[in-house]
Design a protein around this ligand. Structure first.
Ligand SMILES: [Zn+2]
Ligand SMILES: [Zn+2]
Length: 279
């Protein structure tokens, strides 16, 4: 019996625990859900609810005045945010995964998931974020049960064919460009390659790197959500990304991004807002 319960924990068959909360760390029923949301008291993963405010919040691709926004501008806005939050969170420890949802439903819109290497790093970050504001809104942080982002992520979205759109209940993880990924996660590559295989057992290694291997292994195998392995468009892109990873001679060809000075100024602003609110 106990074995049976363990095998169905957090699945559709589990009538007690909510499978959505367990797998994705967010459920559209929120506190009114008929099944249990077991909030972890400690976890390497934090969720910062609804933190990213997209410029096209009301209708995707369109601003508040109804004018279309250049997709490149939307991406730039997103990457500025991604870099801000990465730099801020990385003060507390090595970031394994930083995922920001592109979903539109209230319980997932703008959610930021950060998985640290260690639980105590997540705890320190959560403590430091308590009472802080970003862009004038309080940061709502919590430990998240998600440790395996492959289970939480919508593969159809990655393949550009999720027919549930923004209201899908699986994570639609917004992608950052290769340059930014290399800039942010590249700092870990050498160190983590050495330590990883022997010391890591609980939380999975950095998601995007591992996913390539998973895809190779999953080749020709489909699961219930129609995942595909092998050489799809995204897989190929990541493969190329990984090969170039660590190359130091190559200069960035992307347009000049906002300088780190401006970014630091914005982070200062976070702290000022915190003081002004008397937290
Ligand atoms: Zn639920
Ligand atoms: Zn989806």
């Amino acid at each position: 019996m106990a074995e049976h319960l363990a095998s169905i924990f957090g699945t559709e068959k589990d009538r007690v625990n909510c499978p959505f909360y367990f797998k994705i760390g967010a459920c559209r029923h929120g506190d009114r859900c008929s099944r249990l949301h077991n909030r972890p008291t400690i976890s390497p993963t934090l969720v910062l609810s609804n933190m990213y405010q997209r410029p096209d919040m009301i209708t995707p691709g369109v601003d508040a005045q109804g004018q279309p926004i250049d997709p490149a501008k939307i991406q730039e806005h997103f990457e500025d945010f991604y870099e801000d939050i990465f730099e801020e969170l990385s003060k507390f420890g090595e970031i394994e995964t930083l995922n920001i949802c592109d979903n539109l439903a209230d319980h997932m819109i703008g959610n930021v998931y950060v998985q640290f290497k260690e639980e105590d790093q997540a705890a320190a970050a959560l403590q430091a974020l308590q009472g802080r504001y970003y862009s004038g809104r309080p940061i709502i942080g919590d430990f998240s049960p998600v440790t395996d982002f492959r289970e939480a992520t919508c593969r159809q979205y990655e393949e550009n064919n999720c027919n549930r759109g923004g209201y899908c209940n699986f994570m639609h993880v917004k992608m950052i460009g290769r340059e930014l990924r290399r800039k942010l996660f590249g700092r870990y590559s050498r160190r983590s390659m050495r330590g990883r295989s022997r010391s890591r057992s609980v939380s999975p290694p950095q998601y995007y790197h591992r996913r390539d291997k998973e895809r190779e292994r999953d080749h020709d195998r489909r699961d219930h959500r129609g995942r595909r392995g092998g050489g799809d468009r995204h897989g190929d892109r990541h493969e190329g990304e990984r090969r170039r990873h660590g190359g130091t001679s190559r200069r960035s060809r992307s347009p000049v991004r906002e300088g780190s000075e401006e970014r630091r100024a914005r982070i200062e602003q976070w702290n000022r807002e915190r003081e002004e609110k008397g937290q």
